[in-house]
Write a protein that binds this ligand. Structure first.
Ligand code: GSH
Length: 256
């Protein structure tokens, strides 16, 4: 690999966005440090000293000395927010890892694939599980992804950052539906599981998930137990406010 500067990633296990970045870093066999941010009780120093552009995870710091929780970035470090921007950055600094296809048309296909994810799949995922949105909205996001996949293999042929962008939400969806985690009604979760993970309609999508899961970068970056614990912790907080709530109150979280 061609990169030698220090890489520090600020992440939270439950969030699909830093998971995207870890998949790419693991694929590139990068050396990197992770600083975990508790999003349920976010430390003040994070938005004040580190990601001053909104305080979200992921945030990737490139260069500078080793960081500890609470440290401010040094002047020679560069901080980068936004998971899709970070994925492109990682593809740029690790050219030998081939995180984007060499062929320009396949690169375009990879970029088209991941540029539609946040408005479709990500919105449908949060919306259905936590915001009272109907199953059809989630399925529309899944239809879009499945429709963009080639008959076999990954989004742009060989594995690429397009797959890093899609997989984390798909894994969290599988976990949540299988284990009945969400603010929506249990029967809705069960119906969604049957449609997405048992019906023939989504066989290609499931094969795509399985093909990804078989790769070492997933085993090294995916922590379902920690994700489940964090999802449950949040649901407990919302249920304490309103035991019958089937969505996060709009004054706490409203989707853009
Ligand atoms: N568009 C951003 C989304 C990142 C994002 O929404 N992160 C959430 C976790 S899923 C977060 O950090 N929320 C904490 C907060 O807003 O305080 C990306 O792709 O990186």
């Amino acid at each position: 690999m061609s990169e030698s500067k220090r890489i520090t990633l600020y992440a939270a296990p439950e969030s699909p966005y830093p998971h995207r970045v870890r998949l790419a870093l693991e694929e590139a066999k990068a050396n990197y440090d992770v600083i975990w941010i508790d999003l349920v009780d976010k430390p003040e120093w994070y938005a004040q000293k580190v990601n001053t552009e909104g305080g979200k995870v992921p945030y990737l710091v490139y260069g500078g000395p080793k960081l500890e929780p609470g440290d401010a970035l040094s002047g020679d470090a560069v901080g980068i927010p936004e998971s899709l921007v970070i994925l492109e950055f990682i593809a740029d600094i690790f050219p030998d890892a081939h995180l984007l296809p060499a062929d320009p048309t396949l690169r375009a296909r990879a970029r088209l694939f991941y540029s539609s994810l946040d408005a479709g799949l990500s919105k449908g995922f949060v919306g259905f599980l936590f915001m009272g949105m109907p199953l059809k909205d989630l399925l529309a996001g899944l239809d879009d992804i499945q429709g963009r996949l080639p008959p076999t293999g990954f989004a742009a042929g060989e594995w690429s950052i397009a797959d890093a962008a899609a997989l984390p939400t798909l894994l969290r969806l599988q976990l949540a539906l299988k284990d009945g985690i969400g603010l929506c009604k249990p029967e809705d979760l069960k119906e969604a599981y049957e449609v997405v993970f048992e019906s023939p309609k989504y066989a290609r999508l499931r094969q795509y998930i399985d093909d990804n899961v078989a790769r070492p970068n997933v085993a090294r970056s995916w922590d379902p137990a920690a994700t489940k614990a964090k999802f449950e912790q949040r649901i407990k907080i919302f249920r304490a406010m309103d035991p019958t709530a089937t969505r996060i109150p709009a004054h706490i979280y409203s989707q853009p």
